[in-house]
Ligand binder design. Sequence first.
Ligand code: GLN
Length: 466
Amino acid sequence: MYTVQEVIRLVSTKKKSAQEIAAEYLERIGQKNTDLNAYVEVYSDVLEQAKKVDERLAQGEKLPLAGVCIGIKDNILRKGFHASAGSNILKPYVATYSSTVVEHLEKLGAIFLGRCNMDEFAMGSSTENSAHGPTKNPHDLSRIPGGSSGGSAAALAADLATVTLGSDTGGSVRQPASFCGLVGLLPTYGTVSRYGLIAMGSSLDQIGPFGVSVEDVETMFKAIAHHDPLDSTSVPISRRIIQGTQNKKVGVPFSFIEREGIDAEVLENFKESIDALKKKGYEIVPIDLPLAHYALAVYYIVMFAEASTNLARFDGVRYGLSVPGGTPNETYINSRGQGFGKEVQRRIMLGNYVLSHGYYDAFYKKAVSLRAAIIQDFQKAFQDVEFIAMPTSPIPAFALGEKTQDPLTMYLADIFTVPVNIAQIPGISVPSGKTKTGLPLGMQFLATQFNEAGLFAIGKDFENHG
Ligand code: GLN
């Protein structure tokens, strides 16, 4: 398994060409992808891209990511190629432009291997809600890899890419990272451009990298964290000011974590992880996040509302699948009825409900004011501590099919990840060990806005504790 640094070293010292590295990944994908279903498409031009990288190097171009092979989530656009967001409604869709992240990475010499599987429109925690079928966890093929970026996580964990990209609206990078033994980052909202990312919940979505080490994730983050005038919520570099304490204090919201529903092995592992941090010189401070347990309810109102609005554009006329009826209304009903899966339809209906006249005040408006209070909760905690630590997920990777009939228990598994998107702060999941049966677990660190550098520092200290 190559790290990003290893690929860069091999290619820059001419020990291997970008074409050789890409061919190695293609071969492994050929061997393993049928079982895992991590990629829904391997790009037809991988070797051509690699050849171009080799040519650019031969011409003396400096390419900081030369030969790094990347899998991208199926909701990130690459011009001229399909992007389906895991949905039947977008299966015929071909991107007419590239996302800003893809453009940046291409300039730096990266190679795109293909599109990784995901829950439809990023709605889910297991990658079972995909029109391309479920992805399996490489650590145990009877289990899910997490979601919604489960394909990106499984591809990397099986050594089918050097790094991968996912998107995180409520945990979709951090949770699959923890289930697959990887590092995953949710950048501060507004840091990475959302231009060319198929939208789910626009005030929550961020593209984030998966890596086998904190250093790899840091390298990728630096490559994609630019201001982008094409994304109106992209924060200009001059406004990315860190207001952290920088005191090596780690706040732990014990009463939020030690609740009913948390797996005993996860809790034990978390306590061991806390001890490891102490040994590394961090001071552990018990903190209170009194409103954090409302974040899940807030998330599942705000996100439904935003998703139902974003998905209104899929009308069977402008994009993708079209199932014509006798009247325009029939065309909408046919196309949306056949194009969207069950979970997406459920969220569109609930989103419209919370936004509708008479319910708007009771649900959406209340959720938005509670969101503001949760943000203040975090700000208060961060007055004293530089970081907050929590498990990434209350449970390890569950069995395929275990939660598909019960959406509510699936939503509950997001308890530790969604507050971070609600607060628009950054979070990183770092591997913290395994259960007795060998399932990976993850530790999550949070910091104030724009303090990704702090997260990389504590992540590296923690990663090396064993
Ligand atoms: N599991 C969460 C959901 O179903 C998070 C999804 C995400 O981050 N895209 O909404």
